[in-house]
Design a protein around this ligand. Structure first.
Ligand code: ASP
Ligand code: MG
Length: 858
């Protein structure tokens, strides 16, 4: 880079709530300072104080009603209060602007109307007053911002004199050397959003909410590094949080997706702001001044993860449908032209269209201007062409995400609810971003919520989906969400046991006893079998058994392990659930006399003699995948597990022919489930299926009891699970309910300890290297699982920044945790990785010929 290369600009836009009081400007100053420090120049673009634009917009009407003075005084008082808090005198600092406010208000009352030009001038005062106050706040913070009047930089394109030209204008974008020259030498500048001037030098506006657009123009003109939109919500969300508080923060989007989401509703980002930054290739992020530590939504051309995915769901209510039916349109050139001409003539704007040979359906967006008279005119104009029906209050559910076409099949289960209700219109935008279904009144929200729940709510937190709205807004609990993890109290003992090289799993048997007993104590369960694939350490097995659990085994090796640990093992303590296993494994199990689950037709049909006289349980595929990651979902059309519900009759016939008795049905839909009613739902599916099996007395509702992935994640409410199962039992009293938890009894009991080997800083990012990695713990690489990790040596020291925690294996996927807040960390410190008691050691490998972590109990 040559000496003369100017430092890049970063444009930061702060909305009404973010500038509403002097304390907020302290945050703004701090954020600006950080960016200046990292070498950027900063342009701050801001809105009027929260609520002021609305008050100014209402002022003309108040003036006409004789209440102009009172309302103007209220607006002034709002700024006086701000100024007083900042130690300023508003009447002095804003004297000229207050005068203009009074003059315009009086003028409107006098003339008896407010022209668009006057209204624009009035509204611009909100931003101009805020700018004065903001400038003073930044100066008080010791900064020296250059004050830029936005009207000297942004010229609106529309030369007209109507309302649109004054109140809702646009500006040409593209690099602007004049602006760069105007800001030459400035490190930090402050300007207003929302306002511009026209060719005649008059003040014009960029439409309500237009500060975002201003900031986008500035970013494009200055060819900025990045545009940061700071608002009061931490980014764009996968749904309106009022529809579902499971709505997830979206961490990365393409410009097109962001544009689409902005247009669909949510007022977080003005849709017009995306175009200028997209054309200029400026990165865009949306963040919250109330939660500046959150990274928010990053919008760019290539957000990294480009897998086709449903990213957001929205519902529009109050949609009108015009259904045009008639035989005349078939092979009629120009029918659509004639039809649309009627819409044009009546001034009705069309949103979606779908056509068939005899039916054209169009949807009309909710529009207050679309009154009965206009609709009547439309109906009359169309009457000669075809039969017309207008359906009111339809609801349009839009699904959004790049490559939406490739995931449409996933919508099938949610669309089932329309088996006996009409879907009025389906439209799939040619840009492959948006798929919309229009349904009747009150159906849209239910559908949207269902789709969100099925396809987004439980998606794993990763590069695309961040935390849910519920998690972000959860009131800080007075008592901690869960009690402090056991290892806090055992820190010294753990540090003593920490290895010098490699890694070591340590299991706390007391925690296992507590968790296993909690499951064993569920009153509505008849039996629980611990899925020992999660952890087969002998001491763990003993502890689980003492707590009263049986064992679920998936291989002869696991049964052999049990036999070697327990001399007195009884067959009925074992539930054998193999998958695609060799015939001999079933023969052995029958001979041993354990419970046996069959999960396909093949064993019964191909080797009937093996099961003669045997009692078997059938594993059913309940079609309802659940879980925190695709690889742990074990039901649904893609899973290799279980017998599809539609094949149960054939399974019954095969069992009968073999002379086997089906005494139970089982299903397991996935793991990491935290909704308490999940097992009740599974049980209801099984109870329904059991109607075909007179001898069934056992409903095994599987496992998958969720273990929290972070310190503040929701915990599964075991009591609620029990209550739900009690309801199941009440509805289906004839059955024993079984469960087979795996992770739940052991996950939290285990920690992986590893010493820090090296620290590296590269491209500004910090890496902390450990003695062991994916060879000991493969869950992050395999499932994208998240494990909390701490520097156990420096547990009490404050975090100083983010770091990626990596192992020594030669794979980029050897990343145990990305972007974790860590204290200053040194070689030899001990890092503790929590919740690793399940699927940790059992999945370890000797990849790279590095010995995985050994195991110890405490
Ligand atoms: N203050 C203007 C409005 O409320 C512009 C903005 O805040 O984006 O519409
Ligand atoms: Mg806004």
């Amino acid at each position: 880079m040559s000496e003369s290369t100017p430092r890049p600009w970063r444009v930061m836009k702060f909305g009404g709530v973010s500038v509403a009081d002097p304390a907020r400007w302290t945050t703004i100053a701090e954020l600006a300072r950080q960016r200046l420090k990292s070498g950027d120049r900063v342009l701050i673009v801001h809105s009027a104080l929260a609520g002021v634009s609305n008050a100014l917009e209402a002022l003309p009407q108040a003036a006409l009603n004789g209440r102009g003075d009172a309302e103007a005084t209220a607006i002034k008082d709002r700024h006086r209060a701000f100024a007083a808090e900042a130690g300023l005198d508003a009447d002095q600092a804003l004297a000229d602007l207050f005068d203009t406010l009074d003059r315009l208000t009086a003028g409107i009352a006098l003339v008896g109307e407010a022209s668009p030009r006057v209204r624009a001038e009035l509204l611009s005062l909100g931003e101009l007053m805020a700018s004065r106050l903001g400038l003073a706040c930044l100066e008080a913070e010791g900064l020296t911002p250059h004050a830029l009047d936005a009207r000297t930089a942004l010229t609106a394109t529309d030369p007209g004199r109507d309302a649109r030209a004054y109140l809702d204008n646009v500006v040409a974008d593209g690099a602007d050397p004049d602006l760069s020259a105007q800001l030459e030498g400035a490190e930090l500048a402050l300007t207003q959003g929302f306002i511009a001037r026209n060719a005649r030098g008059e003040t014009v506006l960029l439409g309500r909410g237009g500060s975002d657009t201003s900031a986008a123009y500035f970013a494009a003109k200055l060819e900025a590094d990045e545009l940061e939109i700071w608002t009061d919500v931490p980014g764009l969300f996968s749904a309106d949080p009022r529809l579902t508080d499971g709505a997830r923060m979206l961490k990365a989007l393409t410009y097109q997706e962001a544009q689409e989401i902005a247009t669909m509703g949510g007022k977080v980002l003005h849709p017009r702001a995306v175009g200028p930054v997209r054309r200029a290739g400026v990165k865009l992020s949306v963040r919250s001044t109330l939660r500046p530590e959150l990274e928010g939504t990053a919008i760019s051309a290539n957000p990294g993860d480009d897998a086709p995915r449903l990213k957001a769901v929205s519902v529009k209510t109050g949609v009108k449908l015009v259904v045009i039916e008639g035989a005349n349109m078939w092979r009629q050139a120009g029918f659509l032209a004639d039809m649309f001409a009627c819409f044009k003539a009546c001034g009705v704007s069309v949103d979606l269209v779908s056509t068939s040979q005899t039916n054209v359906t169009v949807s009309l967006d909710p529009d207050p201007g679309l009154d009965e008279a206009r609709l009547k005119a439309l109906r009359e104009a169309l009457a000669p062409l075809a039969r017309v029906t207008i359906i009111d209050n339809a609801e349009a559910v839009s699904l959004l995400g790049s490559g939406i076409r490739r995931i449409l099949h996933q919508l099938a289960p949610a669309l089932e609810m329309f088996q006996d209700k009409p879907i009025r219109l389906v439209s799939q935008a040619a840009n492959d971003l948006n798929f919309t279904v229009v349904v009747d009144e009150d159906q849209g929200k239910a559908l949207a919520a269902r789709l969100h729940e099925e396809l987004i709510s439980s998606a794993h937190e990763g590069p695309v989906f961040g935390p849910s709205w519920a998690a972000l807004t959860a009131a800080p609990k007075t008592t901690p969400h869960r009690s402090a993890p056991w290892w806090h109290a055992r820190r010294d003992a753990l540090l003593d046991r920490a290895p010098q090289t490699g890694g070591r799993y340590v299991y706390d048997l007391e925690t296992i006893t507590a968790r296993a007993s909690a499951v064993a104590g569920l009153t509505s369960l008849s039996r629980a079998f611990y899925a020992m694939k999660a952890n087969n350490h002998p001491e763990v097995l003993k502890t689980v058994r003492e707590a009263g659990l049986g064992f679920e085994c998936v291989s002869p090796g696991e049964i052999a392990r049990l036999k070697s640990v327990f001399d007195d093992l009884k067959p009925e303590e074992v539930l054998f659930t193999p998958n695609f296993a060799h015939r001999s494994e079933y023969e052995d199990a029958v001979a041993f006399g354990s419970w046996l689950t069959i999960d396909g037709l093949h064993p019964l049909e191909a080797w009937p003699e093996v099961f003669k006289g045997a009692k078997v349980i059938l594993r059913v595929n309940p079609d309802r995948p659940r879980g925190h990651h695709d690889h742990v979902k074990t039901a649904g059309p893609k899973a290799k597990f279980g017998i599809p519900l539609s094949d149960l009759k054939a399974a019954k016939a095969a069992a009968d022919a073999a002379g086997a008795t089906v005494i139970g049905l089982h299903a397991h839909a996935g793991s990491g489930v935290t909704e308490s009613n999940h097992w009740r739902e599974i049980g209801a599916v099984l109870a329904k299926a059991a109607e075909t099996f007179p001898d069934v007395t056992i409903l095994n509702v599987g496992g998958g009891l969720g273990v929290p992935e972070s310190f503040d994640a929701p915990v599964l409410d075991l009591k609620a699970v029990d209550d739900d199962l009690a309801a199941l039992k009440k509805a289906h009293p004839g059955y024993d309910i079984w469960m087979e938890p795996g992770r739940y009894p052991v996950a939290e009991a285990g920690v992986l300890l590893a010493p820090v080997t090296q620290i590296k800083t590269a491209f500004g990012a910090r890496f902390i290297g450990l003695g062991t990695g994916m060879n000991s713990l493969i869950r992050p690489a395999l499932y994208g699982a998240r494990h909390e990790m701490v520097n156990l040596t420096r547990l009490d020291q404050p975090a100083t920044g983010l770091a990626s925690i990596v192992g020594p294996i030669c794979e980029s996927a050897d990343l145990l945790g990305a972007d974790r807040l860590m204290p200053e960390t040194h070689e030899g410190d001990v890092i503790l990785i929590s919740e690793t008691g399940a699927y940790g050691a059992v999945m370890a490998s000797r990849y790279n010929l590095r010995e995985p972590a050994d195991e110890a109990v405490i």
